[in-house]
Each structure stands twice: as structure tokens, then as C-alpha cells.
Design a binder for this molecule. Structure first.
Ligand code: ZN
Length: 443
């Protein structure tokens, strides 16, 4: 069934979901950003599972139209009332400080403070997530209820942060395959305490890489764990000679909420990755959503910018920004579900199985149907229904293996899952009825 097919067959969905969910709980407290120690600590955590190379790119480096920013360090941040009580405290929740805030230490009235406070009046119990990466400023995020409870008066405002020359860190892991052609999997790792947006992609991509590293595959796999936007721009700027090798790519993000799976097509719209993902979604039999490319969203925006136009789509569950918890304190570990995490992982494996195992075959006995029963090919697996399905898959694979149809073409035409057609073609090949043709680019 192929190495990836074997991973799918062996996946213990319940155990895996539980483990991934626990990993999200472990990573959740770290205060990540697009640079700095929280990001590095997250990359070190990933290194416990896979030999991730951590790259450091110096502040000031020109990357495409951007410049690698100064590194942000945060030690403490609070607003304290006249009695010294911390009424807003970064140590209670790291979303309380606007990410990338410049340092400040001052006493001011509530009215002076107000322009620096961000709340969600429609969701008065939640803390919003705000950033100021490319515009030096400072601020606090708090629940609207907290704001309403603040009496007028003087407050001590402290953000103990540093913005200084340093580095932008990202992680890269390459699993060399038989071919130099690559499948890219990219996920962002720059959000502080947010579970679905960020951590779900981090843990699913880490597990995916760890599983794939156990075998040798046709494609070379490249995993990127990068800060959003500036990370993909930096990687693209520094790796232009490699880009021609990328045959397929996925940006993985928002993989743990309870919503159905969704896929945003690459800018090309009809790339091999688009066909493979759409086939898997249709065949899974669950609710799903397919969206056309738009130049907004996650890092596919950069991979699919017109100068690169890479065949990279985006796998998520509920699309980014389309759930109220998005970019708020309600995107916490309870918002992500163990079964959704495991399902997203299985989905990625199913996509990769198509990409890895797709190919064309040649029917060596094309005149009339070969006698399958004589070769023990009837009912080789499972019960009667499975045997019947397998038989149909063999008939389709025999009939359409004329050298011009790929297994994915056959699966689509037959309306059957790719894995069943692949297994049928493998059995027919073992019995000398099909001959695989060498892989080609668009098979
Ligand atoms: Zn986000």
C-alpha cells in the first residue's frame, strides 16, 4: 500500500488526537512572536521530535521588499492601580500585552491610557490578540469587562520589553527522497497563547514530519516552521534557487477546531496539489469546503505571489477569521478538539499518499479481461462488500491503465478513493498484469 498508505493504516486516531492535544496544552503558555525567545523555545520543542535546523537571520537583512525587524524580548508588562494592584497583568495572560510593544514605564490617567487599550465590546469576556510588528508603539489588550471595571484615576503602566538588533529564527527540516522534487509543508509558529491559530498547525506538522521521516519516499519533503509573513518572505528570499524543485505545497494552519475541513486552492487553481486535495475531500464523505485562491490569508499569499506562483494551497478546518474565537483568548486549548487534530493529520497523510503514489501503468494483458479468479485476485481482502469494491477497482485500473491515465485519473473516473485504486493497481502489478511507468511531473 506504499509507505504513506501504511502510515494511514497504522494511525491510531484516538491516541494521536490525545497526544497532539496535550502538546498544544504544553506549548500554549509560551509568549511567541515573529522573533525572540518564545519562538526559539517553540522550535526547540519541535526538535524533541524531529532534527529541525534552526536558522537565524540577522536584523536588517533585506528580504524581498521587507527588512528583518529588530528582535523583541518581553519580561513583564502590567497596569497597576494607585494601590499597586496589577489590574492587567501579562503574567496572567500573554495576550494582555500588544505583541511587539515598545517599552514604557509611566504614570498616567485612565483617559491618557485609554488610546492604548484594546477590547472586544461584542465579546466582553474575551481578550483580543493585537500586534504592532512594523509600527513602533505599545498597548494592552484586556476584556471589555475588565475595562469597564477600571475606576478613573492614576495608573502605573509598565512594559519591560526590548526591541534590539538580533535575529529572526525559523525552523527547517528536509527529508531527502528518491527525487530532488519537493513537497513543501509550511506552518506559522509566531502566535503567543492561541491554540487553533498556530499551535494546531505546529503540532500536526511536527507529527507529520516525524511519521514521514521513518521511511524513504519518492519526493523530498521540506517542512518550514516560520513566523507568519516575514518568515515565508525571508525563506523565499534566501532560497530562490530551490523554488524550481517544489512540485506541491501545503500551508497548514487552523487544524484543530471542530469545523469541517477546508481547502484553499493555489493561485494556479488546477495544480496537482489542488486536484489531489479535492479528490481526497470528496472521497472522505464528510462535509467540507473548497475555496478559490485569494491574496489574503496565511503564508500561501507569499508562496503564491505572482513572481513565484508556487503550487501551494492551504489546509485548515474553519477558514481563518471565520470563527468568533479567532485572534482572541477564546482560541484556547479547550477550543481545539483531539479528534479534529487527528483527523487533520490523517487528511494530510491521505493527500500525501496521492502525491507520493500517483503514477501511470500499462496493462500487459489488454485484450479482453484477464481471468482474475484464476490468479487468486477475487476476494483477497475483507468481507463481501470490500471484495466487491476491490474487484471494481481492479477492473477500473485494468481498463484505464493504457499509459495515459494516472491512478488519480482512474480514481476520479471510478468515483472511488485513491487508496483503493492504488491497492488494486499494486495487486495487479504483483500478478504481472500491470506495469508501472516511470513517474513524471504531472502524473
Ligand atoms: Zn493569526
Amino acid at each position: 500500500m506504499g509507505a504513506v498508505g501504511q502510515l494511514i493504516a497504522n494511525l491510531d486516531v484516538e491516541d494521536t488526537g490525545r497526544a497532539l492535544h496535550q502538546q498544544i496544552r504544553d506549548l500554549y503558555p509560551l509568549c511567541r512572536s515573529i522573533t525572540g525567545e518564545g519562538l526559539r523555545e517553540t522550535l526547540r520543542w519541535i526538535q524533541r521530535s524531529i532534527p529541525l535546523e534552526v536558522r537565524e537571520v540577522a536584523t536588517g537583512t533585506q528580504v524581498l521588499d521587507w527588512t528583518v525587524p529588530r528582535e523583541w524580548s518581553i519580561r513583564d508588562a502590567y497596569i497597576a492601580d494607585a494601590a499597586g494592584n496589577r489590574v492587567v497583568d501579562f503574567k496572567r495572560h500573554n495576550l494582555h500585552v500588544v505583541n511587539y510593544s515598545a517599552p514604557i514605564s509611566a504614570r498616567m490617567s485612565l483617559d491618557e491610557l485609554r488610546p492604548h487599550l484594546y477590547t472586544l465590546p461584542d465579546r466582553p469576556g474575551w481578550i483580543p490578540y493585537r500586534t504592532s510588528y512594523y509600527d513602533e508603539s505599545w498597548g494592552f489588550c484586556l476584556s471589555h469587562n475588565q475595562l469597564l471595571a477600571l475606576p478613573d484615576g492614576e495608573y502605573d503602566v509598565c512594559i519591560d520589553s526590548t526591541l534590539a538588533d538580533g535575529h529572526l529564527s525559523y525552523g527547517e527540516y528536509v527529508i531527502a527522497g528518491e527525487s530532488a522534487e519537493e513537497i513543501l509543508v509550511s506552518t506559522h509558529v509566531c502566535h503567543p497563547s492561541l491554540a487553533n491559530d498556530n499551535l494546531s498547525g505546529t503540532v500536526v506538522a511536527t507529527r507529520l514530519a516525524e511519521l514521514l521521516s521513518r521511511d524513504r519516499h519518492r519526493y523530498t519533503f521540506r517542512f518550514l516552521f516560520i513566523p507568519g509573513t516575514i518568515g515565508s518572505i525571508t525563506w523565499l528570499a534566501l532560497n530562490k534557487p530551490l523554488l524550481g524543485n517544489i512540485r506541491h505545497g501545503l500551508v497548514l494552519a487552523g487544524a484543530g477546531d471542530a469545523g469541517p475541513l477546508s481547502y484553499k486552492r493555489s493561485r494556479r487553481g488546477n495544480a496537482g496539489i489542488d486536484r489531489a486535495v479535492e479528490h481526497v475531500l470528496r472521497q472522505r464523505g464528510n462535509e467540507y469546503l473548497i475555496r478559490d485562491f485569494e491574496p489574503y490569508g496565511y503564508d500561501e499569499r507569499q508562496y503564491c505571489s505572482p513572481g513565484f506562483n508556487l503550487p501551494v494551497g492551504n489546509v485548515s478546518r474553519t477558514p481563518f477569521g471565520q470563527y468568533p474565537e479567532y485572534h482572541t483568548s477564546a482560541d484556547d486549548p479547550d477550543f481545539v478538539k483531539a479528534d479534529a487534530l487527528a483527523d487533520s493529520l490523517a487528511f494530510c497523510l491521505e493527500i500525501l499518499h496521492v502525491l507520493e503514489s500517483n503514477g501511470r501503468h500499462f496493462n500487459l494483458m489488454p485484450e479482453g479481461e484477464p481471468q482474475l479468479g484464476r490468479r487468486g485476485l477475487y476476494g483477497p481482502i475483507g468481507g463481501a462488500t470490500e471484495a466487491r469494491t476491490f474487484q471494481m477497482a481492479m477492473l477500473w485500473a485494468l481498463n484505464l491503465s493504457d499509459g495515459s491515465h494516472s491512478l488519480l485519473d482512474i480514481a476520479e473516473r471510478a468515483g472511488m478513493p485513491f487508496g483503493v485504486i492504488y491497492d488494486a493497481a499494486e495487486a495487479l502489478t504483483e500478478h504481472g498484469l500491470l506495469k508501472p511507468l516511470p513517474p513524471d511531473q504531472d502524473a
